[in-house]
Design a protein around this ligand. Structure first.
Ligand code: P53
Length: 474
């Protein structure tokens, strides 16, 4: 029993949070480059403060990231040393199509990822590739309004055709959009959406979501055509919503919050807009423009597996007093009095992972893949530069145990598990380096100082034996 023999253990990163080299190899500027560290980050990623170019007053951590652009060989060697079976990474769209609307791709960008995949192959590491992890070329933002424009579907399709053909035989596992539901919560970071005063944000977000859902179905179609071996997944920022109390109104609030997320996966996995969403949109005056053939595409090209990130469960209530005490995350939730929280206020709930897995598996009956999970914490290296991150080990151990229970005791079909930020990288939410998730410490601070040297933490050796024992020794 236990995990499947071919269980894909590994770690996950995203291009914009680790590569750096923002202007190298012919790469074009992207929305994600322009999210500054500091207090303006939030208004920028929400699409409320216009930041279409760098300025002198801000620090932009994505410009250099952790310089993986130049150090990927060293980093992949360390992943291999831990025994990774898979490595989840994302492709920076603007490396392949610097502006996004070109006819021909940028060869330097294609070569970069080819080298990276070959490096993985050398160690028998299966790449798991996120086609877009929040990034959108700035030219598409400025000229077309990003995903609000249906033309993006075609540009994304070109990107997919190029990478599926070029990396055929090197990559088999693909995710179309990272945390597709992020479009509702951080629309500039998630989908390049910037709003002018007075615009109807909800209308724009849901229209843009339709374009992404369509693009995702088209990508799935092409992936299967190019190589029947290809497996395509959707990706949800998951975490079941609990009702704060058994008051029916609280239960209803929790159900509604869950559906706001399930909406995306219902389309990607079941192939059609769910009735509850159509009703809700109609009530809110949201009208999605669809073209003939859209519904058929969505229905015909559903995903092969369901992937998701899980950091925490969430709590909903209708009690106005409780609503004031929100937990510290982009996703609205009140504090759960039964749970401890991380230094950033993210509540820690291993059993919630089992609950979430069961909810998703019950609903979709497709294999699951946990592609992000982990603890963002401050690490303090000792005089020898060693980090004893027992807190991280404890977090991961409890979550792996819960996922094992979901597999062994509940019968959930799970393909693999990749921890978030297996090497320290820039935080998406805050832009900080000090919010670290890695098994590998990177010497770099919030202002961009440091040698960028890599050092193994205590969790490195711990995770290595977890993988070696296929999850038996936690
Ligand atoms: P950070 C919340 C806020 C921002 C991004 O987040 C998020 C979430 C959590 O659901 O999504 C993912 O870096 C995302 C990663 C991100 C990770 O969570 O704010 O896919 O890019 O780094 C962790 O601690």
């Amino acid at each position: 029993m236990g995990f499947r023999k071919d269980f894909l253990w590994g770690g996950a990163t995203a291009a914009n949070q680790c590569e750096g080299g923002y202007d190298q190899g012919g790469r074009g500027l992207a929305n994600v480059d322009l999210a500054p560290a500091g207090k303006d980050r939030f208004p920028v990623i929400l699409g409320e403060m216009k930041m279409f170019d760098f300025d002198e007053d801000h620090y932009y951590p994505a410009k250099e990231g952790i310089d993986m652009y130049h150090r990927f060989k060293e980093d992949i060697a360390l992943f291999a040393e831990m025994g990774f079976k898979t490595y989840r990474l994302s492709i920076a769209w603007s490396r392949i199509f610097p502006k996004g609307d070109e006819k021909e791709p940028n060869e330097q960008g294609l070569t970069f990822y080819e080298d990276l995949f070959l490096e993985c192959q050398k160690y028998g590491i299966e790449p798991l590739v996120t086609i877009t992890h929040f990034d959108c070329p700035m030219h598409l933002v400025e000229e077309y309004g990003a995903w609000r424009n249906r033309k993006l579907v075609g540009f994304y399709e070109n990107l997919c055709r190029v990478i599926f053909n070029r990396y055929k035989g090197l990559v088999k596992y693909w995710l179309t959009f990272n945390e597709i539901n992020m479009i509702l919560h951080a629309p500039f970071m998630g989908a390049g959406l910037y709003f002018e005063e007075g615009e109807n944000k909800e209308q724009i977000k849901y229209q843009a979501a339709h374009h992404e859902l369509l693009a995702s179905a088209i990508a799935t179609k092409i992936a299967h055509e190019v190589d029947p071996e290809n497996k395509v997944g959707c990706m949800l920022a998951a975490g079941t919503n609990y009702a704060y109390s058994c008051k029916p109104e609280d239960v209803w609030a929790a159900k509604k919050a869950d559906r706001e997320n399930y909406f995306f996966i219902d389309v990607q996995s079941r192939g059609e807009y769910p009735a509850y969403a159509l009703k809700e949109m109609a009530r809110n005056g949201i009208e999605i423009e669809m073209e003939t053939g859209d519904a058929e595409l969505l229905k015909a090209h559903t995903v092969d597996f369901i992937s998701f990130s899980y950091y925490s469960s969430r709590v909903q209530t209708t009690d106005p007093k409780l609503l004031e005490q929100t937990a510290g995350n982009i996703f609205a939730s009140v504090k759960n009095p039964y749970l401890e929280a991380s230094e950033w206020g993210w509540q820690i709930d291993p059993l919630g992972l089992r609950v979430t897995m069961n909810d998703l598996y019950d609903r979709y009956q497709k294999p699951l893949f946990i592609v992000e999970n982990g603890l963002g914490a401050v690490d303090v290296p000792d005089e020898n530069g060693y980090v004893e991150d027992d807190y991280r080990i404890a977090y991961l151990k409890a979550h792996i145990q819960a996922m094992k229970d979901a597999v062994e005791l509940d019968g959930v079909d799970l393909l693999g598990y990749t921890t978030w930020g297996c090497i320290d990288l820039v935080s998406a939410g805050t832009g900080e380096m000090s919010k670290r998730y890695g098994f590998i410490y990177v010497d770099r601070d919030n202002e961009g100082n440091g040698t960028l040297n890599r050092t193994k933490k205590k969790s490195f050796d711990w995770y290595k034996q977890v993988i070696a024992s296929n999850g038996e020794n936690l």
